[in-house]
Design a protein around this ligand. Structure first.
Ligand code: TPP
Ligand code: MG
Length: 326
């Protein structure tokens, strides 16, 4: 393995561990009642955010939904500002007014995560159209779930993007559930990727638990987008380990996921990557070092969030009503 490739694996590992450990801490804080904000955890899907974002430049834009801690962190969003946001503090990345489902970091290209299912797909398409008109070379990434592919504006966006050959990659994270409904209970066939054919763009099914496979697919799709050839649909197949929202393991809500979940736990994306790295000669101490560094960053992020002030009560309706001249 080349040094360059090994550096990539280290980078992917670091991004994935940051997401995993940050969310495990958030899960504990929700369980302890210290965080009241609803958190849709991404644990189990880390390889997708890490693999795609490792293929991007800082200026490229990323758009997500309700389950976007992973996208925010993988694209380089500040950990302290994310914790502060989830604690509802003014130093949060949305000034404490959005919480877990409205993470933003315009300086690193995270332009919008919004919990209305599929809402950011047209926004990402608009960003791609703007990039094409400005010729600024940026690529937009729309991250969304399998459930979002059932929304009309997802397909309207894909059609427009294909028609105008826009620089965008549609990344569907197929975790086989939308809330508590299984994919096969909602669709006649497990065939999400065939939407690409309908919209005359390339589509690729990717093992969403294999960070390197995701990265390689993203590199191809981003290159097409940047070259002006047009959009790509990546269907990354994965599984969320926790409940739809909150830290539970989702085995107690009437969803018969136990057997399915066990199969995916055995394919832990972080463990899979670690195995590849170990066989390339990376020693155990190197992983411990990353884990320790990330744990220290999370402790610092939490301390920062706890010590930050809440938004002042007299600013309750700031940003709610339009002000100034129209
Ligand atoms: C337009 C809209 N309809 C319904 C909801 C309620 N809702 C929130 S998340 C969700 C499921 C989304 O599933 P999917 O797109 O597969 O993402 P996942 O939760 O699996 O990551 C639903 C139905 C919503 N937020 N917005
Ligand atoms: Mg889903």
């Amino acid at each position: 393995m080349t040094n360059h490739r090994l550096e990539l694996l280290r980078d992917l590992y670091s991004r994935m561990v940051t997401i995993r450990l940050a969310e495990e801490r958030l899960a504990d804080l929700v369980t302890a009642g210290e965080v009241g904000c609803p958190c849709h955890l991404y644990i189990g899907q880390e390889a997708i955010a890490a693999g795609v974002c490792a293929a991007l430049e800082t200026d490229d834009t990323v758009w997500g939904g309700h389950r976007s801690h992973g996208h925010y962190l993988a694209k380089g969003g500040d950990l302290g500002a994310m914790f502060a946001e989830i604690f509802g503090k003014v130093l949060g990345c949305a000034e404490g007014r959005g919480g877990s489902m409205h993470l933003l970091a315009t300086d690193v290209g995270i332009l919008g995560t919004v919990p209305i299912v599929a809402a950011t797909i047209p926004l990402a398409t608009g960003a791609a159209l703007a990039s094409k008109l400005r010729r600024d070379g940026r690529v937009a990434i729309a991250f969304f779930g399998d459930g979002a592919m059932e929304e009309g504006h997802c397909h309207e966006s894909m059609n427009l993007a294909a028609l105008y050959a826009l620089p965008i990659v549609f990344v569907c994270e197929n975790n086989f559930y939308a809330s508590h409904m299984a994919l096969t209970g909602r669709r006649a066939a497990d065939n999400l990727v065939t939407a690409a054919d309908a919209h005359a763009m390339p589509g690729e099914v990717v093992d969403g638990n294999d960070a390197v496979a995701v990265y390689d697919a993203a590199v191809r799709a981003v290159a097409r987008a940047r070259a002006g050839v047009g959009p790509t649909l990546l269907e990354c197949r994965t599984f969320r380990w926790r409940g739809h929202v909150g830290p539970s393991w989702d085995m107690d809500v009437g969803v018969k996921r136990r057997d399915e979940l066990q199969q995916w736990l055995d394919r832990d994306p972080i463990r899979l990557l670690r195995r590849v790295m170990e066989s390339a000669g990376v020693a155990g101490a190197a992983f411990d070092e990353v884990d320790e560094r990330v744990r220290a960053e999370i402790r610092a992020a939490e301390a920062f969030a706890r010590s930050a002030p809440c938004p002042p009560a007299d600013e309750l309706d700031t940003h709610v009503y339009a002000t100034g001249a129209r």
